[in-house]
Design a protein around this ligand. Structure first.
Ligand SMILES: [Zn+2]
Ligand SMILES: [Zn+2]
Length: 116
């Protein structure tokens, strides 16, 4: 089974978190867990920041952002990083400050449009 940890920043406090994702039998990546992480350990662990988000969904166990409990995330078109997301219409990237509009989100958190 393939599994990895991807990095997300909280829109509220800009703190880093790691999201554990796992490739299931259906070939989709599922977000299974999220935990707070320091800048330093994120660097030391070498967690990936670039990955295909195709068909990534949250399992019912996925606890959301460890800081503000946002259930989803958005990917910045500018820097390609993840910011936690809670259904707002407009959000600013917590990594580069880019304004992110026109957010499309499904109720299953499938953000990159596998079947769309
Ligand atoms: Zn957050
Ligand atoms: Zn950005």
């Amino acid at each position: 089974m393939e599994a990895t940890v991807i990095l997300m920043r909280c829109k509220k406090n800009k703190a880093l978190s790691g999201i554990r994702v796992q490739k299931m039998e259906d070939d989709n990546w599922w977000m299974t867990w999220a935990f707070g992480i320091s800048e330093k350990s994120a660097k030391n662990e070498g967690f990936s920041q670039h990955y295909s988000l195709k068909g990534m969904c949250g399992t019912s166990d996925y606890p959301g952002c460890p800081y503000c409990k946002s259930p989803g995330f958005v990917v910045c078109g500018n820097c390609n990083n993840l910011t936690c997301y809670d259904g707002e219409k407009n959000i600013t990237c917590a990594w580069c400050g880019q304004h992110l509009g026109n957010i499309v989100i499904s109720d299953k958190f499938e953000l990159s449009g596998g079947g769309y």
